[in-house]
Design a protein around this ligand. Structure first.
Ligand SMILES: *Cc1c(COP(=O)(O)O)cnc(C)c1O
Length: 461
């Protein structure tokens, strides 16, 4: 790390001001007018800044740093499924911000709505009623399955999950949750209590009490826990929480009877069912919501990621009028200053419009089938590298023989200008989550580059 220019710690207000202006000058300069010098400054400066002021640990993991010889790949410009860094290097985006960019990067209609709202009022007064929030809540109430009717907006998926947990506790008067192994729900102390991976939990124990984990996809395990709690008269479970299809765990699709059975079991024992749709929502898996694959209506649903149309951070949780009534006597039980701001609502409303107009769920279903079939063929050709392909819609994953082979493939793709997830120590399962409206020509281009990569890796082992 010694190659990074150190910035001394300590206060320097003049330097703070001049550094802010330096980058502001650059972002206020039209793209084509940027000098080579400015571009190089941005590109080398970003790595120094991460090393000195963000977290130098990141620099050791990211392909965008370790696999580029001179200047680290620098986030700068995006449109649709194409990312271009400050040095002009162009990548096909198959990562999609982990589900953030479902409508593509900077969809013109979503950007236009956000710009229009930005020129009016980006935040709200905290006193007057905000019309966009009310209208977005109505739109989502109509879009969601079952009787889901009332909602609360926040900025991150994690906050949506935390809010859903509070609502379930308030409504049931119980404290416990049943979550799933491998499940991802965010890393705040509340959401982390549900998360199903020890590496993130263990150093922070104890987390919330009364949370139990069962294997994902195993409805029997849920039923057994509830049956025992019920029979000994110690029912302390407020809700069962799960992702319709696990995202972070690597596009894990549960058995077909899983969600219908969870619904039936929760209703039978009077326990709430929370669907964490932060990643699966808004068309990603080939339906508007993940639970739509099984026609299940949860009691509480969580949104995030693509809700803001890939333009503004936005999240929320919705529930039925009956459950929501517990928040009515004191609506200040759960609040946020910036959540559901008009800028985010405008982006979300436009994003939902784009999803319906372009039939993004239908596109995801069709393109997902296309990719599964083509990737399946590559798996047959390279079974010693590519062990499995799984997922639904455009929430797909390639399962490699091991981390090392997986990393060879994703870094090979990276060299061929295709952006995917996958880090040095975590590449045995690599998700593909492109924009739902990615053109077929780009998918074919990615498949060709992947085949070339697999051939190359295959020769080297
Ligand atoms: C990403 C994700 C979250 C957390 O969302 P953030 O916006 O990162 O806080 C929660 N649940 C699921 C299923 C997710 O995929």
């Amino acid at each position: 790390m010694s190659k990074h220019t150190p910035t001394p710690a300590g206060r320097d207000i003049e330097l703070a001001f001049s550094e802010a202006n330096k980058i502001l000058d650059i972002i206020n300069t039209p793209e084509a007018a940027l000098s080579d010098e400015q571009r190089k400054w941005v590109s080398s400066n970003v790595a120094d800044n991460f090393a000195n002021h963000v977290n130098r640990g990141f620099l050791d993991y990211r392909k965008s740093v370790t696999e580029t010889d001179d200047f680290a790949l620098t986030d700068w410009y995006g449109q649709g499924s194409i990312l271009r860094d400050i040095m002009g290097r162009e990548y096909i985006d198959m990562l999609g911000g982990f589900g953030l960019y479902s409508p593509g990067i900077r969809h013109p209609k979503i950007v236009a709505a956000a710009k229009a709202q930005l020129d009016r009022s980006p935040q709200y007064s905290q006193e007057m009623l905000d019309p966009l929030r009310g209208q977005l809540a109505k739109v989502l109430a109509k879009l969601t399955p079952g009787d889901l009717q009332y909602g609360f907006f926040a900025n991150s998926g994690t906050e949506a999950v935390d809010g859903a947990m509070k609502l379930a506790k308030l409504y049931t008067g119980r404290r416990g949750f049943i979550s799933t192994t491998g499940g991802f729900h965010g890393k705040s102390l509340g959401a982390l209590s549900l998360l199903g991976k020890s590496v993130y939990r263990e150093p922070l124990l104890p987390l919330l009490g009364g949370v139990r984990h069962v294997p994902y996809g195993d409805a029997d395990a849920v039923e057994q826990l509830l049956k025992i709690a019920d029979s000994v008269g110690s029912m302390d479970v407020a809700a069962v929480v799960a992702e319709p299809i696990q995202g972070e765990a690597g596009a894990v699709v549960p058995p077909d009877d899983y969600w219908p059975r969870l619904r039936e079991i929760c209703s039978r024992y009077g326990v709430l069912l929370i669907a964490d749709e932060v990643q699966t929502g808004f068309g990603r898996t080939g339906k508007i919501f993940g639970v739509d694959h099984w026609d299940v209506a949860p009691d509480i649903i969580c949104f995030g990621k693509a809700l803001g149309g890939g333009v503004v951070p936005m999240s929320g949780f919705f529930s039925t009028a009956e459950i929501w009534s517990c928040l009515e006597p004191n609506p200040f039980m759960h609040t946020t200053t910036t959540g559901g701001n008009p800028l985010a609502c405008a982006a979300a409303l436009a994003g939902i419009g784009v999803m319906l107009e372009e039939n993004l769920p239908g596109q995801a279903a069709e393109k997902g089938r296309y990719l599964l079939q083509k990737l399946g063929r590559l798996k047959e050709q390279y079974p010693h590298i590519l062990k499995d392909i799984r997922g639904k819609g455009l929430l797909l994953a390639m399962v490699f023989e091991n981390d090392e082979l997986g990393y060879k493939v994703v870094s090979g793709l990276f060299k061929r200008k295709v952006l995917t997830a996958g880090t040095l120590n975590n590449s045995s399962v690599v998700r593909l989550e492109p924009a739902l409206n990615i053109p077929y020509e780009l998918l074919d281009e990615v498949l060709a580059r992947l085949e070339d990569t697999l051939q190359n890796v295959s020769h080297a082992i």
